[in-house]
Design a protein around this ligand. Structure first.
Ligand SMILES: Cc1cc2nc3c(=O)[nH]c(=O)nc-3n(C[C@H](O)[C@H](O)[C@H](O)COP(=O)(O)OP(=O)(O)OC[C@H]3O[C@@H](n4cnc5c(N)ncnc54)[C@H](O)[C@@H]3O)c2cc1C
Length: 397
């Protein structure tokens, strides 16, 4: 049994995305990374293929597929262009999947068709200049007006797809977390709002440039200044954000791990071919024991990542919570493994590995972000340890 392609439908999806990547993603990856540009046209073409709403319901323009399908798409895109894959993840997982499982029917019917087709580009804004891991420390604040609408003030930082070009054009729609009060235990009460382009007081503060990696995705600071949000754009009830975050976090971390898998697979492929082609001292470099250590260990790590990631994808329910042990576990393991495999590839390829034309240099830079974004590796260590103290039986399952 192949847990990465458990059905004919999954295999066909993988082949379709792989063909698309070869023909359209790979040829532009180097240029868009070098120029720090987001390829909007290419992104919208994913909508025509039904990929932008991969997990959204078919009645609202989505593909209605499962977590395995989402994992496949992220792995395949990332094997060529992790930066582009990150923009895809921010849209299809952080926005679309979130809306599918946490929005109400009116919001789904109104917004999903636009984001599934690619007419609108979505983003999710949680992080702030002074709060990342410490979610409850965020300071963006929304207060309700007498007419029921909301007034949002604050700044969001590091928002993927926050702007779509270099002219300050903001994302068409952003899933924004903001403080709406203090609960009975004195903790921040967080609520979720849908902010649309054109709403008064919503703008791009800056496009963040000179990133180490993921340069083919745009990262922005967003500004909300007395931004007026209609009542109909509050998601769920006031104070519901923690449940939204918990529900969406698992698929987010799984697909970030899938991106790491794509990076690992491509790095391994590149180093393996190079080790055959390159000769030194009259031998293929794959005959040297030290090179064998890089290749052998990378293979074992790659296979372990693949097994753990697809095992988790086969067991995770979209829109559920309760699988954080494994969604954090796969991301913790896979992100560092991918970085190590990209590093091994660069070492095997010597000077050629260090320049952009040979791809692994870009994968190496891109891999680092996955240890930070969507939760740092330290936050996964903390969550796993906490969850295992609550459910020690998980170890002997
Ligand atoms: C390219 C890029 C894209 C991003 N895209 C998005 C996006 O689309 N939407 C969004 O909302 N955010 C996004 N982020 C933000 C990202 O999720 C945060 O950077 C991440 O959550 C870490 O937050 P921070 O940067 O504020 O670091 P901090 O939380 O300040 O952490 C700094 C260091 O302290 C450690 N630390 C913090 N608390 C603890 C603790 N309790 N125990 C041990 N160590 C701790 C961290 O692990 C880390 O090593 C993006 C970031 C980048 C760089």
């Amino acid at each position: 049994m192949d847990i990465a392609n458990p059905s004919e439908e999954h295999l066909m999806l993988r082949e379709m995305v792989r063909d698309f990547v070869k023909e359209h993603v790979e040829p532009q990856a180097l240029e868009y990374d070098r120029d720090e540009k987001f390829n909007v046209d290419l992104f919208r073409s994913l909508g025509e293929m039904g990929l932008l709403g991969i997990t959204a319901s078919e009645e609202h323009g989505g593909a209605g597929l499962d977590a395995i399908a989402a994992t496949i798409v992220h792995e395949e895109l990332s094997a060529s262009d992790p930066g582009f894959a990150l923009a895809y993840l921010a849209h299809s997982m952080l926005f679309v999947n979130n809306l599918e499982f946490n929005g109400n029917e009116e919001q789904r019917a109104r917004i999903l068709p636009k984001v599934c087709s690619g007419e609108w580009i979505g983003a999710m804004a949680m992080s702030e200049p002074d709060a990342g891991t410490d979610v409850l420390g965020l300071s963006s604040t929304a207060t309700q007006n007498p007419d029921g609408s909301w007034k949002l003030n604050g700044r969001k930082m590091w928002i993927t797809n926050g702007c779509i070009d270099d002219d300050g054009t903001p994302a068409d729609i952003v899933w924004v977390y903001a403080k709406t009060g203090i609960d009975e235990k004195g903790r921040a009460q967080i609520s979720t709002f849908l902010v649309e382009k054109g709403m008064q007081g919503y703008s791009v503060g800056q496009k963040i440039i000179d990133k180490t990696g993921m340069r083919a995705s745009n990262t922005a600071e967003l500004v909300f200044e007395d931004c007026i949000i209609p009542k109909s754009n509050l998601v769920g009830e006031v104070g519901d954000s923690m449940s939204h975050m918990m529900r969406n976090l698992e698929i987010e971390r799984l697909t970030l791990a899938a991106m790491s898998l794509g990076i690992a697979r491509r790095s391994l492929d590149e180093m393996n071919r190079y080790a055959t082609d390159r000769e030194a001292f009259g031998k293929q470099i794959r005959d040297f024991g030290q090179m064998q250590r890089y290749i052998g260990e990378s293979w074992a790590k790659y296979r372990a990542m693949r097994a753990y990631i697809y095992d988790t994808a086969n067991n995770i329910g979209l829109g559920n919570s309760g699988q954080r042990l494994d969604s954090d576990g796969v991301k913790l393991f896979a992100t560092t493994a991918a970085k190590e495999i990209a590093d091994a590839a660069m070492q095997v390829m010597g000077g050629y590995g260090y320049v952009a034309e040979y791809v692994v240099e870009r994968l190496w830079r891109d891999s680092k972000l996955l240890e930070i974004g969507g939760g740092t590796i330290e936050s996964h260590q903390k969550n796993i340890t906490r969850d295992l103290s609550k459910a020690p039986d998980a170890v002997n399952r």
